[in-house]
Design a protein around this ligand. Structure first.
Ligand code: GLC
Ligand code: CA
Length: 558
């Protein structure tokens, strides 16, 4: 069954996301930078990484930490120079590694020259790059709530108009209906691909198509506003933009593209990631969004191991052999995966390895977020003043407005804060976790003395060494074909706190995880021929019955 898909250069790769600001600071200003990334390339190569996705490092006022770009053709001086970028591309190439940048084109920054020109002449060329509406007294054009809180409309400075921003007010939405704007976007993409970039991660792309005529929807909170999703559900025709972008850019270069796509309709999956899809692949967010509440983070419900299993299998079943999802445990917008997906109080190297293997062996492209390979955990916030992230600050206010006390609100948002993922990478037990010789821009997680790269590099039992084994297995010529292309078949689906599946290709592999601290057993249909992965030193087996230790995970060849 496998192999119906045309093989692509990126299918068998392993990807790693770097959040530059928090990765490694080479010059002591407390901010991670490109020379810092170059210094750490060998660390990533040693782990087995092929593809590196850089979160934005373009010029930006950093209102949303770089997802608000003021110049698409330059590197922000805080992150380095264009020469550093060229060196990074060169050094990556030397190591057979590929660099992706973040493509943030649903919006730019209000400090981008396009926006400044639009303010000067709203009826001119650049006014047409944005969604502008005449200002009416006391009435907004629509009642949509921005993702970061408050209405999506703000006054266009110096004019009698208002502009649309579905994210922060410093992130004005670009008008994709305007062909001139689209040309600018394609020109920029091709400029980077010509430079030797291997592709892009495509930010917030599902927002580029708006529903017209723009109108208000039923309010869903006391603020009288409605979620952006009410509008997005009605927006048809995004495919035309995406197909045009693919044909004008990525396709000509055989570039890799991974979309940040939420809420696509199942019937659209082949259009997105099938043969000649809009993107090479897109992230699976089924687990990520589980338990989210329309009311806000304070009302979200935790995800259990059984929910996690169901979410993964749902995505796998839906995708089948249409294409490849990109599987993540966490990213820069999420809490640390081990803190989120492992029941409270049960985080340990064993359980972290279980989560790693269950996710890594799924069909699809594995993405590791910086520090995930070390088992980095959520941080502690002793006060809301320690929070940088605009989304967390908004959700804190939402929780207060809903009647939570400041302590309760802080506790609630701490679990979901994007800053959990943004604390500096923990390189060693030295001051500031070895991230900087200066003052880090965001407080280091105090657990760095125990959880850090230096301590794990040469320890064969560390979480990092376990990731390294998983990566090596994916690349092992014996098993590669099966792990990359093999079909996924869930097994013992009804067994509580157990997640198990076959990967069937030219070999048959069985992945079994006991997703709880208590032991439990399963009976194999036949004896395994090899144990490929085990997070314990042994297995307990009588005839074909396996007694699994707490949080034991196995990859068996059958
Ligand atoms: C994406 C990014 C997130 C950012 C948002 C707006 O979701 O991952 O970090 O805040 O888009 O660009
Ligand atoms: Ca720096």
């Amino acid at each position: 069954m496998a192999n119906r898909i045309t093989k692509k250069w990126w299918h068998d790769k392993v990807a790693y996301q770097i959040y530059p600001k928090s990765f490694y600071d080479s010059n002591g200003d407390g901010i991670g930078d490109l020379p810092g990334i170059i210094e750490k390339l060998d660390y990533l190569k040693d782990l087995g990484i092929d593809i590196i996705w850089l979160s934005p490092c373009y010029c930006s006022p950093l209102a949303d930490e770089g997802y608000d770009i003021s110049d698409y053709y330059n590197i922000d001086p805080r992150f380095g120079t264009m020469e550093d970028m060229d060196t990074l591309l060169k050094e990556a190439k030397k190591r057979n590694m590929y660099i992706l940048m973040d493509l943030v084109v649903n919006h730019c920054s209000d400090e981008h020259e396009w926006f400044k020109k639009a303010c000067k002449d709203p009826d001119g060329k650049y006014g047409g790059f944005f969604y502008l509406r005449d200002k009416k007294n006391g009435e907004l054009p629509t009642n949509w709530r921005s993702y970061f809180g408050g209405p999506v409309w703000d006054d266009l400075p110096g004019t009698d108009k208002q502009y649309l921003h579905v994210f922060h007010k410093k992130q004005p939405d670009l008008n994709w209906e305007n062909p001139k704007l689209r040309e600018e976007v394609y020109k920029n993409i091709n400029w980077w691909l010509d430079k030797g970039l291997s592709g892009f991660r495509i930010d917030a792309i599902i927002n580029i198509k708006k529903a017209f005529p723009m109108r208000s929807y039923e309010p869903d909170r006391e603020d009288g506003l409605c979620s952006i999703h009410a509008m997005l559900k009605e927006a048809d025709g995004i495919g035309e933009f995406l197909a045009e972008m693919r044909d004008r850019t990525f396709k000509k270069y055989d570039a890799f593209s991974v979309g940040e796509v939420f809420n696509e309709k199942p019937s659209e999956l082949p259009d997105f990631i099938g043969e000649n899809g809009y993107f090479s692949t897109m992230f699976d967010f089924n687990e990520t969004v589980f338990g989210a509440s329309e009311k806000g983070w304070y009302d979200a419900k935790p995800i259990t191991p059984d929910d996690y299993k169901r979410c993964c299998f749902e995505s796998q079943t839906k995708t089948g052999e249409i294409g490849f999802l990109s599987n993540i445990i966490e990213n820069h917008d999420e809490p640390r995966g081990v803190s989120h997906y492992i029941p409270e109080g049960e985080c340990s190297p064993k359980s972290k390895k279980l989560l790693a293997a269950l996710n890594f062996m799924l069909r699809g492209l594995p993405f590791i977020y910086q520090g995930q390979e070390l088992g980095m955990e959520n941080t502690v916030f002793s006060s809301i003043d320690e929070v940088d992230d605009i989304s967390t600050l908004d959700e804190y206010q939402v929780a207060l407005d809903a009647g939570l006390s400041p302590e309760e609100a802080l506790k609630a948002v701490s679990k979901y804060s994007r800053d959990n993922a943004r604390t500096p990478m923990q390189w060693s037990d030295k001051e500031n976790a070895g991230f900087t010789s200066g003052t880090p821009w965001l407080k280091v997680n105090p657990n760095y003395t125990k959880i850090n790269a230096a301590a794990q590099l040469n320890d064969p039992d560390s979480v990092r060494s376990f990731y390294k084994k998983l990566i090596a297995l994916r690349k092992d010529p014996e098993y590669k074909e099966t792990i990359v292309y093999g079909v996924l078949v869930p097994v013992w689906e009804e067994q509580h706190n157990l997640m198990a599946y076959y990967r069937k290709g030219d070999k048959t592999l069985l992945v079994i995880g006991n997703y709880q601290k208590e032991a439990q057993s399963v009976t194999l249909p036949s004896p395994p021929s090899h144990i490929l992965i085990n997070n314990y030193p042994d297995i307990q087996k009588k005839d074909n019955t396996l007694s699994l230790y707490g949080y034991q995970v196995l990859v068996l060849e059958m």
